[in-house]
Design a protein around this ligand. Structure first.
Ligand SMILES: *Cc1c(COP(=O)(O)O)cnc(C)c1O
Length: 388
């Protein structure tokens, strides 16, 4: 049995998404920039996908720019605002739990002389809106705070952050890669100026994303070249993947109540099962304001990598943090930010579910995982002391 519980890393393409893409990988191969009928066919397909992405977040189609992925959308938003508004100031506000696509973009800007305030989070992973407001200065040009975290599943108070940004006339970008298609996102109601999306986190293919850019904010092109995407994102459109993204987001929005109820039910079953069966655990996912599918748990006195390998041998795919940090010995910056020690952070596992998971799979994890923890603890000299 293979149990895929790593949907925050990437998801399986839905069947109807692949079906929607197939014509554009076979017969409908035109370039959307060509004026003949093959070109028009592709252009209309990209246009229709743009409308679907826009309507999913309550934006206008003209405010959606397709990108190569979520990482590109984050880079474009952050570096674009920094470079365009550097005359107004060079101060940016972010948080300590951002994805590396955001953190490393900010690090690059710091090398150029920008100053970044990284807001801390509390033990549950939430930023403080009053602390955010205190951090705003006359030279603040951007607030970039993620919608929902990929490791713990915490959902930040986005509408309140948007209100602060608007009040102080600061541009607000949010990395909504984990949120879009999973929980309601409304750029107008939440006062969001820029928002990053990635298709492969909601059952569409990898290698395509989008940046929502509110009308009135015109960032310079991130790639120079042809006139695609209104001259702002050059390069021939990835037509099939863009079509897949449109199909997937349309389904995700339509099915959201049903899917999120199922996923939440499965996740809560996992939560209850594991916390009951594993002594000395710490749950890193907040009980309220969380993504429906993520559950992050630390088992003290064990090594996350060993846990993952043992899980893998049992056919269970999970993650010890974000895919980007595996392979490195540093514990996750997110888990350290919520106050875990290095040792405890090292014993953390993230399970992330989607609508393809079943109750049987959850029960299998509940059966197998506590046994693995117990076995590894039996081999640990630290555990021997605790056990006595
Ligand atoms: C996956 C992810 C990204 C990166 O998206 P890619 O399309 O894989 O480049 C950015 N931010 C968050 C929160 C993510 O989970």
């Amino acid at each position: 049995m293979i149990v895929y519980a790593d949907n925050a890393a990437t998801t399986k393409i839905d069947k109807q998404v692949l079906d929607a893409m197939m014509p554009f990988l076979t017969t409908a191969y035109g370039n959307p920039g060509s004026i003949h009928q093959k070109g028009r066919e592709a252009f209309l397909a990209v246009d229709s996908a743009r409308s679907k992405v826009a309507s999913a977040i309550n934006a206008n189609p003209s405010e959606i720019y397709f990108t190569g992925d979520g990482t590109e959308a984050d880079n474009w938003a952050i570096k674009g605002v920094a470079h365009k508004y550097s005359k107004k100031g060079k101060h940016i506000i972010s948080s300590s739990i951002e994805h590396h696509a955001v953190l490393h973009s900010l690090k690059a800007l710091e090398k150029e002389g920008y100053e970044v305030t990284y807001l801390p989070v509390d033990k549950k992973g939430f930023i403080s809106v009053s602390q955010l407001e205190e951090a705003v200065r006359p030279d603040t040009i951007l607030i970039t705070i993620m919608f929902a975290n990929n490791e713990t599943g915490v959902v930040e108070p986005i509408k309140e952050i948007g209100t602060v940004a608007k009040k102080h006339n600061v541009i607000f970008h949010t990395d909504a890669v984990q949120a879009v298609g999973h929980i309601p996102v409304d750029v107008k109601e939440m006062n969001i100026d820029l928002l990053s999306i990635s298709a492969h986190k909601f059952n569409a293919p990898k290698g395509v994303g989008a940046l929502y850019m509110r009308k009135g904010i015109y960032l310079p092109p991130f790639l120079d070249g042809g006139q695609q995407e209104g001259g702002r994102r050059a390069g021939t459109e990835n037509v099939a993947s863009i079509v897949g993204m449109g199909a997937a987001i349309e389904t995700a929005i339509k099915e959201m109540p049903k899917r999120s109820e199922k996923v939440r039910m499965l996740r809560d079953r996992l939560w209850k099962g594991l916390t009951e069966k594993i002594p000395h655990n710490i749950v890193n996912t907040p009980e309220k304001n969380n993504l429906p599918g993520i559950f992050n748990i630390s088992s003290k006195y064990v090594e996350g990598e060993a846990l993952l390998l043992s899980l893998d041998l049992k056919g269970i795919c999970a993650s010890s943090g974000s895919a980007c940090t595996s392979g490195s010995l540093d514990p996750s910056h997110v888990l350290l930010s919520i106050g875990l020690t290095h040792e405890v952070a090292h014993g953390s596992v993230r399970f992330s579910l989607d609508h393809n998971n079943t109750e049987e799979e959850i029960d299998y994890i509940i059966e197998v995982f506590p046994e693995i923890v117990a076995k590894l603890r039996d081999m640990s000299p630290l555990w021997e002391k605790v056990d006595k």
